[in-house]
Write a protein that binds this ligand. Structure first.
Ligand code: TXA
Ligand code: MG
Length: 343
């Protein structure tokens, strides 16, 4: 792998021009989006896309999302655009929604990992949109973290993982949503939710009627099972600390954690719970505010490691609405270790 002096760029117009030029030359640039930072390359340049996998240490069979700035860019990337895709785009693009569509021959194998489909998203972040437009190419971009660990929601997170491995990072501040986009497969008659995110199941159903929720959203895949979304079979979002997800009331959670206090033990809790805890506490959002939890969860997972916490008990978010996206990430961070309190 090449070694880079990674440039830290701002979101000023002249720096956006620098980022776009690097991308056109086949280099990797981390860019802000409204969900998490993405590690971008020209999606139509196979060798450039292959470098993303090297920089992240990502398995080559896990396909990437292609980011566009305008609706007209979608048709050349896809074999067909079903009615459900049009309706969802109308309702939620630009925004935190990725659609799986049948791909066209223009999509390099590096992007789609040999599948017959391609994931497409139109981000709403003004800096992401400006960079896509200035580069003149669709951008393949996974989350800009080293494979397996929490996604980056600040430029500092990106540098912690990628300094020396990529040409540049564009600092656009903290990501608003904080968890990755909703992924929905619209290449089949009944849309199927593969990854929950900022666009909730309820919001999808408002537009396309009933959807299916892939079992892997809330359950570990059986050994040897084929994943509808290859990313779901990998260890994900995991800090060095061991996470246990605690299901129960708020009072039950606080009592359980305090009863288990000891060396290296910490809490990944809601803000309201921190004062009552007798172990180092890292709040990840407010109790009845899943959007605040989504915004804070990846930074909080990284902070557990900074504090040297070895075992963290995590307060369980709601399992519907925006909560489902947070629950899905914490389940994986916890490697599906859940404690249900007997209260
Ligand atoms: O919010 C986001 O989606 C961020 C920002 C940068 O846009 N990107 C992101 O990319 O989260 P990544 O690569 O970390 O996650 C993409 C997910 C993976 O689980 C992958 O397996 C799935 O989308 N995916 C990509 N192409 C697919 C396809 N053709 N069929 C099924 N799943 C696909
Ligand atoms: Mg990722």
């Amino acid at each position: 792998m090449d070694f880079y002096t990674t440039r830290l760029l701002t979101d000023a117009p002249e720096d956006i021009t620098v980022a776009a030029t690097l991308l056109r030359e086949g280099e990797l640039v981390a860019i802000p989006t409204e969900t998490v930072y993405g590690l971008a390359a020209d999606a139509l340049n196979g060798p450039a896309v292959a470098r993303i996998f090297q920089a992240k240490g990502r398995p080559m069979d896990n396909p990437l999302i292609v980011h566009v700035a305008d609706w007209d860019e979608v048709a050349p990337l896809t074999a067909e655009i079903p009615e459900n895709a049009r309706k969802l785009a109308q309702a939620y693009w630009p925004g935190p929604l990725t659609m799986i569509l049948k791909k066209s021959a223009r999509i390099p194998d590096e992007v789609s990992a040999g599948l017959s489909t391609v994931a497409v998203r139109m981000p709403s972040h003004p800096v992401a949109r400006a960079i896509i437009k200035a580069s003149g190419c669709p951008l393949a971009a996974p989350s800009a973290n080293r494979s397996g660990i929490p996604s980056p929601t600040t430029a500092a997170h990106v540098l912690a993982d990628m300094d020396g491995r990529i040409a540049a990072v564009v600092d656009g501040g903290e990501c608003r949503v904080g968890v990755e986009s909703t992924v929905v497969d619209v290449s089949q008659p009944v849309p199927r939710l593969l990854r929950p995110g900022g666009i909730t199941p309820e919001m999808l159903e408002e537009v396309v009627g009933l959807i299916e929720i892939d079992p892997a959203v809330t359950h570990a895949l059986d050994e040897g099972a084929v994943a509808a979304s290859p990313g779901m079979k990998y260890k994900h979002y995991a800090p060095k600390a061991t996470i246990l997800l605690i299901k129960g009331t708020s009072e039950g959670y606080v009592a359980y954690v305090n009863a288990h206090r000891g060396d290296g033990v910490g809490a990944l809790c809601f803000e309201e719970q921190a004062a009552g805890l007798q172990v180092p506490a890292v709040p990840y959002g407010r109790q009845d505010d899943p959007a605040s939890q989504a915004h804070g969860v990846f930074d909080a997972l990284r902070r557990l490691d900074e504090l040297g916490i070895q075992t963290a008990y995590a307060a369980c978010p709601a399992e519907d609405g925006m909560g489902l996206a947070v629950y899905n990430r914490l389940l994986r961070a916890a490697a599906f270790q859940v404690v249900t309190l007997n209260e």
